[in-house]
Design a protein around this ligand. Structure first.
Ligand SMILES: NC(=O)c1ccc[n+]([C@@H]2O[C@H](COP(=O)([O-])OP(=O)(O)OC[C@H]3O[C@@H](n4cnc5c(N)ncnc54)[C@H](OP(=O)(O)O)[C@@H]3O)[C@@H](O)[C@H]2O)c1
Length: 280
């Protein structure tokens, strides 16, 4: 389990970017989301940006018969909506599309030109009135979180959602350690490198193939098990395929040995110097 604020959550959720955009895939996507929630997934990640509301609408339909308290719903607002009245309108629209009266976590999607202190003040207000239970940020690098912690209310940030996978380990240099020190949880997006379509050729790696074989697992499951290996990162792989969702759930119980972690380290080494934050 991974702790996010006061919640202890199953460390693998479902991301929903590009879901809800295609009418012909709608039923399959709804079934996939329901399947995940019925089989151990708690976290669903979305954003007002995803299909300009299509993803939130799809989720709203998928969860309408599921007990709300069994789901941990994350949505995000555009940086150019980070100021009232736009921010409040974004929140209301997300709640309406999702068919709920609260979000568990509301994230600033990436850095905004609106002073963060102002955004935090609004978010704290929505926490008080119950429309959100927690707020957080996304795509914040080390200097950004450090700046945030100096602001009034900044220490109430509940998570930073950033790109993190075996082939993209830049955050391990100083962002993860800084967050660990302040107990700020990390949510890993693109944890399986978008199905290995980013040119890293992870699936072709012989060492990983062998490790996957030994666990009777796929390389994607090994990538997920690796991402959550320290029990302090929550991964949100996107999938609209029930079989993949079951595999992603099962990845939680794959324990990589010290020897396997060292082999992976050789193939996909941790950064030795600061790298700019990877962003998709
Ligand atoms: N905060 C941000 O700025 C930001 C940016 C990017 C993404 N995100 C969030 O993070 C989520 C995940 O990232 P992502 O969508 O970029 O990439 P990802 O989760 O790394 O990869 C998604 C791809 O992997 C495939 N897949 C999933 N499970 C699989 C499995 N077990 N075996 C084989 N293929 C599998 C999916 O296809 P199938 O549907 O066929 O399974 C899909 O094509 C997004 O959906 C979104 O919610 C946030």
């Amino acid at each position: 389990m991974v702790q996010l604020g006061k919640e202890n959550l199953f460390p693998i959720g479902i991301g929903t970017w590009h879901m809800g955009d295609s009418p012909s895939k709608r039923n399959q996507e709804i079934e996939a989301l329901r399947y995940g929630l019925e089989n151990g997934i708690e976290v669903i990640d979305t954003a007002e940006m995803y299909g300009e509301g299509n993803s939130e609408n799809l989720i709203g339909e998928a969860i309408k018969d599921i007990k709300r308290e069994d789901i941990y719903l994350i949505s995000k607002f555009y940086p150019f909506h980070a100021q009232e009245p736009e921010l409040e309108r974004s929140l209301e629209n997300s709640l309406e599309r999702l068919g709920t009266d609260y979000l568990d976590l509301y994230l600033l999607h990436w850095k905004s030109s609106t002073p963060l202190e102002e955004t935090i003040e609004s978010l704290e207000k929505y926490v008080k009135d119950g429309r959100i239970r927690n707020w957080g940020v996304s795509n914040f690098d080390t200097a950004d979180v450090e700046g945030m912690w100096k602001l009034k209310g900044g220490e109430n940030c509940t998570a930073n959602q950033v790109l993190y996978n075996m082939a993209s380990r830049g955050i391990e240099y100083d962002l993860l350690p800084a967050q660990k020190e302040k107990s700020l949880p990390t949510i890993a997006y693109s944890p399986i490198a978008q199905g290995d379509t980013r040119g890293d050729n992870i699936a072709g790696n012989k060492v990983l193939q062998k490790i996957a074989e030994q666990h009777n697992a796929t390389i994607f499951q090994i990538m997920l098990a690796w991402t959550i290996r320290h029990h302090d990162v929550l991964a949100i792989p996107q999938s609209s395929n029930k079989k993949h969702i079951q595999e992603n759930i099962d990845a939680q119980s794959i324990k990589l040995s010290e020897e396997e972690l060292q082999l992976i380290e050789k193939e996909f080494p941790a950064p030795k110097r600061k790298k700019p934050l990877d962003i998709i």
